[in-house]
Design a binder for this molecule. Sequence first.
Ligand code: M6R
Length: 607
Amino acid sequence: MCGIIGFLGNGEAVPVLLDGLRRLEYRGYDSAGIAVLNQEGIVRRRAAGKIANLEAMLTSNGVAGKAGVGHTRWATHGAPTRRNAHPHMTGRVAVVHNGIIENYRTLRDDMRAGGRRFESETDTEVVAHLFDALLEAEGTPAAAMTALMERLEGMFALAILIEGDDVVLAGARRGAPLAVGWGEGGLFLASDAIALAGHTRKVSYLEEDDLALVRRDGVEILGTGGHPVKRPVVDTELSGAVIGKGNYRHFMEKEIHEQPVAVGETLGRYLDPDAGSITIPGASLGPGAVERMTLIACGTAYYAALIGKYWLERLARLPADADIASEFRYRQAPMVEGGLGVFISQSGETADTLAAMRYARGLGRTVLAVTNTETSTVAREADLVLATHAGPEIGVAATKTFTSQVAVLFCLAVATARDRGTIDHHEVARLAGVLTTLPSTLARVIAMEEEFRQIAWDVAEARHVLYLGRGTSAIVAMEGALKLKEISYIHAEAHAAGEMKHGPIALIDEHVPVIVVAPGDELFDKTMSNVEEARARGGRIILITDEAGAADAGPVADRMVVLPAVDSLVTPLVHAIPVQMIAYHAAMRKGTDVDQPRNLAKSVTVE
Ligand code: M6R
């Protein structure tokens, strides 16, 4: 959600903070602000809207100082105005915050009664006042931070700039990530290592309820109870170049194009093409070990979960459920003995997914994480991590992490099927062969971009769009509808094609493009019957199919794209690309903000 950064160093803080905020902007872009410490005390600059507005303000009204904190906001409490922008200041402190302070009303009422005055509608300002008061009462930042953690409820990460103490920055983590960066030119606190790319690769990730006290001579990390603890310093392998846009206009465009490499890198961890084998290291998946799998995630990752469910049922004949994380624990879903929870999250920090995972652990179930962030909370708390190796994904719309998740889930389904004896080693070797050629097929599909762009320009004129498919193609259709809504703001719905006649067909008229995802598989003819029904009611049909489908389709479609043929099992990976590109080019045509669509944030660390 929000991005936070703190810096204490030898050089000027503002360029470092701004650079970090630009890298964190994917986490939220409702407002931005910085506070720096200099001879005058703490000086603050804030602006509503994107970081560019803050930069413009700093150009005309700059501030100097060698320590500071910065924030880019995704609004939770209070409108995205300058008044509600972080940092929030009072007395000797300036606070930036990611997450939610759940008991802020009670704390604010108590402090108001004690004479403190609040300027904003945020929960964060309560932290500033409370910490300032505790600093007075306790005398040291360490004691004040410990007392602060006892008083705050919720999930949050904090970075606090302190005037008049050798502890210049204090950080805390509870439920939202915070990293300490160890640079040559200074010390850092940041929501994630991406913020520090170009400044340092040496990072320590705080654990739950850790505090970090940053002085000129180093960082002291205190664990629960205020005792000093050591957290490993890891090399993040992130460089400024890795997370730049390169020659692309948008991160989303770049990330769509990176899919052959992302999927190839990911498959490389589970697939041995020479041996014709697919393995999930560390997992026992056979009968007795796993009786059921429950795949849980949010948004795009949930669609990956649904595809995984189809494969687990079909290939491994294993009962499998896919569930939305935000619903799972609140309905107190049972998980049977021998049930394995599979939690899918590119960021590994999604609050709903994390909470659902903790619920499953609370039931005593083994939990497995599929994540693109091996240092994330989801990864750290899982019994086993199946990493995707897609590289950093900055565009808010998930693309390469989706196909990478789907690739891992295919490997999981194949390995489970082998362990359950529902497929033999010949079939595993055949499927390993299918996967081996997949990255090059993805590259061929990406090369068809101009065809997808033409469709997108047509779609961009519509107010409503329908996506249809059957089997795993229905899930690709759902992902296509989500992508279109998310970045082009066009209303889109996806349905399993067979469901149309039970209601959604009433939506169809000549103004509604109907995008049909239908590879030439065993469901093709059934899908085409539903397409005929839509066409008979004036629907404009855009058919995404393959060579076999094109041969069978007849003159049903107003437009058709013909993708390379692949084994019918892996079509979701191939057919995901056109729906991503249609959404991307529709957004381009409409001129919306592709990488930072309105109201959204990349990493959703609040419930
Ligand atoms: O980081 P996660 O995979 O847990 O994120 C889950 C969703 O928030 C995410 O997939 C979201 O739906 C994307 N913006 C979709 O493009």
